[in-house]
Design a protein around this ligand. Structure first.
Ligand SMILES: [Zn+2]
Length: 234
């Protein structure tokens, strides 16, 4: 491990590969779950847009605009502009999968309106996490090239852990958005009692991609600590 080049492709690289496999499995699972339940029409016949408007109205949210954007599963809620964007396939579809996706984004709008703490924390650490993920590897690499400069390497690892922190805070935000969405849809009768578990399945599959991403980042951090965490002075 004296050569800087070999230091980046050592046996601990298998941790990175495990992370990649986990992410691929999670994204394959979410895609197949969506395909399956995209065929399942809701009994009420409402579209994703209808469901979104229903939830916003029943949550007393009047300052959020629902719009359409292009792309597949590009649905998102922007807290800064108060715009809830639904992809065309979500907006116009009456499938339980589409209603679930639209409802999940409304869950974020409700979190925003009620000052849900994990969402506030998440928004606050976005800049830190961005700095962390863009600077950590260059710093570590420079540290390695400067004959294992411990200060730079440790700073790089610390910055990388900010990216993990961001992904960990994302988990309650994502699970809570789906939970809120399902509650409103079930109680309001937009979904039947048989449809609620189906939508839960779709939203849980979607949330698993965030779990896989966090695990994958954790494994990368573990690898960095295993490689560079110890003191090299002795
Ligand atoms: Zn979300």
């Amino acid at each position: 491990m004296t050569s800087p080049i070999f230091a980046l492709f050592d046996p601990t690289y298998f941790l990175v590969i495990i992370g990649l496999v986990l992410s691929m499995v999670a994204s394959g699972y979410v895609n197949s779950t969506f395909r399956k339940y995209d065929q399942y029409r809701s009994r009420s016949g409402v579209t994703g847009t209808d469901a979104a408007n229903y939830i916003l109205q029943h949550s007393g949210i009047n300052d959020v605009a629902v719009t359409q954007i292009s792309g597949n599963l590009t649905d998102n809620y922007n807290g800064q502009t108060k715009v809830l964007s639904l992809s065309q396939s979500t907006a116009n579809s009456t499938s339980v999968a589409a209603i679930g996706v639209a409802a999940h984004e409304c869950g974020h709008a409700v979190q925003d309106a009620t000052n849900y703490a994990p969402m506030r924390i998440r928004t606050a650490i976005v800049p830190l996490a961005n700095i962390g993920s863009s600077l950590s590897f260059p710093l570590i690499l420079i540290g390695v090239l400067l004959s294992f400069n411990q200060t730079l390497i440790h700073l790089g690892i610390l910055l990388f852990s900010l990216a993990l922190l961001f992904q960990l805070v994302t988990l309650p935000v994502e699970f809570n958005a789906s939970h809120r969405a399902l509650k409103i849809l079930g109680e309001g009768g937009v979904l039947t009692q048989e449809e609620v578990p189906v939508v839960r399945k779709v939203l849980t599959a979607a949330a698993l991609t965030y779990v896989a991403a966090a695990l994958s980042t954790f494994l990368q951090l573990l690898r960095l600590v295993l490689l560079f965490g110890g003191d090299r002075d002795n």
